[in-house]
Design a protein around this ligand. Sequence first.
Ligand code: GLU
Length: 327
Amino acid sequence: MYKLLASLLTFPILLLPMETSAAGTRFVSIGTGGVTGVYYPVGGSIAKLLNKKRGVYGLKVTAEATGGSVFNINALGKGDMDLGLAQSDKVTQAWEGSADWTERGPRKELRGICTLQSETVCLIAAVHSGITACSDLRGKIVAVGNPGSGTRDNSLDALATCGLTFRDLGKAEGIKAAEAAGLLQDGRLDAYFYTVGHPNGSIKEAASGRTKVRFVPFTNLGELLKRNPFYSKAVIPIQFYEGAENREDVPTFGVKACLVTTDKVSDEIVYAVTKELFENLDTFRKLHPALEDLDKEAMLTGVPVPIHPGALKYFKEAGLTDHLSKQ
Ligand code: GLU
């Protein structure tokens, strides 16, 4: 009887449209990445800023753990998510309909809000594996990024700088970065790739266990950068990873994390997100150390897709549109 009553009471709620609850609160989801990455806490920080103003905007924002950039872009396209974090290379390819989107076609619904932290392509190897350069990966057991991650294609591109593909590896594992650190420590992986901002939990975990680890540099970048203009030279800041064997910043290549949405998401929601993010930038920067160096100008530079009208409305009001023209 109680069960019946309970189901009768909950049933009307299930009939309401997903975005709106009985109290008029709109639910907004942000697709992030694995829980030990930077996207997840960054998405959580954006949610926190907005949820503080629930009384003003009526938004309840949640950060969802996901497989990463490619998953988020596809979830946005299906309307399963409202906002997402994704690497600038992946956003560019989705917009153009290349790489992961060659068969699915261009994702012209994508709209940009801003760029966020820099991310670098990291290869973390167990010292005992003897891997000191890209070409040493031949025959090794390497985690190359889970399906849905941005990391996966970056590993392929990184391997190409020394003429290797996944087939040249002993095994190319598709496991998540969150699991890779532990498996490297347990001796079940020789190395793993992770495209991520710094500092982040997974690499800290990998660098502070009994198995000694090192970052492997990527320096033969001429051809890669020429063919893929969305990549740029970058370094892994070693000061965050005292346990790693390297003593200096490690040369590699990188991208930027972007906050993206679609043309289906309302101007009101995107305006609120943009305004809260930009007007509370000092607070936001303190919520995660990878955000510490953000500034407004850099955040408006290099957004690979058209800016959403809701974001543009805020940038106009705040007199920030000059920075946008530098895209
Ligand atoms: N860049 C990674 C990816 O899209 C995610 C990094 C993170 O979670 O911070 O696969």
